[in-house]
Design a protein around this ligand. Structure first.
Ligand code: UFG
Length: 347
């Protein structure tokens, strides 16, 4: 059997990384994950090779490159919470930047020339144009987005100086779970809207707090472009294959082009789960732009990418199936949505 080229996936045991691991073979690559398991889970690589190590451990990283001889690297391992980055920028600049620098230096040493960066819509800051094209000014309003923008800038220079080709994939809001039910989102602690809403639907959490209802949007809550994690993972391989074929760096937005407000997500979640989601109105969360919606035509036209799994309904349906399977049975304390709505109208 022909040996497949190896792709080293940092953060392969994490949420998006594990979906990339799952997609690798279908796309003609052998995945090897490098993960410290501080946020990831060993089960998420589903039996594929996993090196447990710190990105800061140059020796270990270098040994993994020597052993597995990757043709390319996908870099998912990083901190990704916008709110946390505002409260603790040191953590974001330290880990997201310096660990990536170690990774780059090992790549240069081992002559690995293809790199996919998990970048983010947060590099754009407050949009001046929506949907946001890739050419939109990049002016992040939180340290998370800023740390990713710095990496984009560094990589642009590395391309010129060392011929290290990279593709920046600027994700909008990753959500949903693989249809197999074997992998899905598990962050500890969880900060993302959809899993928190599902927690509230399940009764694992008392309620969901809506962060701000005075934004300049139709219902006053923030609008985001939710993209299914399987579509995201697939885009990585389309981008990698093209980068290797053309030997050229590039950058793409990955979103659906359609935004949903926090309130719309909650309403849809009640519909999909059939459960009531108790809601509390809260203050704005620092670092949140009012609206982030992608223009993704570049990825569609250049890579032939289509977000096939990304209707809000499918995102919530797959996330709900995963959530119930992983976190256990629905607690009886929570009433189905229809019943509680009736109850409300009776009073
Ligand atoms: N939200 C709430 N209540 C919560 C949690 C979130 O109202 O308990 C709101 C947020 O304020 C935001 C929206 O729901 O308006 C989505 O928040 P998430 O935390 O789920 O996601 P973010 O938009 O903050 O960030 C996500 C990724 C980032 C990425 C960004 C790009 O986590 O890595 O999308 O859009 F940069």
């Amino acid at each position: 059997m022909k040996k497949l080229p190896v792709v080293l996936i940092t953060g392969g045991a994490g949420y998006i990384g594990s979906h990339a691991v799952q997609e690798a073979r279908k796309n003609g690559f052998d995945p090897v994950s490098y993960d410290n398991l501080s946020l990831g889970h060993a089960w998420a690589v589903q039996g594929s090779p996993l090196v447990k190590g710190e990105l800061a451990d140059r020796k270990k990283l270098s040994a993994a490159f020597k052993k597995f001889k990757p043709a390319a690297v996908m870099h998912f391992a990083s901190h990704t919470s916008v709110g946390e980055s505002v409260a603790n920028p040191q953590k974001y600049y330290q880990d997201n930047l310096t660990n990536a620098m170690t990774l780059f230096s090992v790549m240069l040493e081992r002559k690995v020339r293809y790199f996919i960066l998990s970048s983010t819509a947060a590099t754009y800051g407050d949009p001046v144009e929506v949907p946001i094209p890739e050419t939109h000014p990049q002016a992040p309003i939180n340290p998370y987005g800023d740390s990713k923008l710095m990496l984009e800038k560094i990589l642009a220079w590395y391309d010129k100086a060392y011929g290290l080709r990279s593709t920046f994939l600027r994700y909008f809001n990753a959500a949903g779970a693989d249809a197999s039910g074997k992998i899905g989102e598990v962050h500890e602690p969880e900060t993302h809207l959809i899993p928190l809403v599902l927690d509230a639907a399940m009764g694992r959490r008392k309620e969901i707090t809506v962060f701000g209802q005075d934004y300049p949007t139709a219902d006053g809550t923030c609008i985001r472009d939710y993209i299914h994690v399987t579509d995201l993972a697939g885009a990585h391989f389309l981008a990698l294959k093209r980068m290797m074929e053309k030997d050229k760096s590039d950058f793409f937005n990955l979103g659906t082009g359609k935004g949903f407000s926090v309130k719309e997500v909650i309403t849809k979640a009640e519909e999909v789960t059939g459960m009531k989601v108790p809601v509390k109105m809260g203050a704005r969360r620092a670092g949140d732009p009012p609206e982030l919606v992608a223009r993704s035509s570049k990825a569609m036209e250049t890579l032939g990418w289509q977000p096939r799994h990304s209707s809000l309904e499918n995102i919530l349906r797959t996330a709900w199936a995963w959530h119930q399977g992983y976190f256990g049975k629905i607690k009886t304390s929570r009433q189905p949505a229809a019943r509680s709505r009736q109850a409300r109208t009776r009073h």
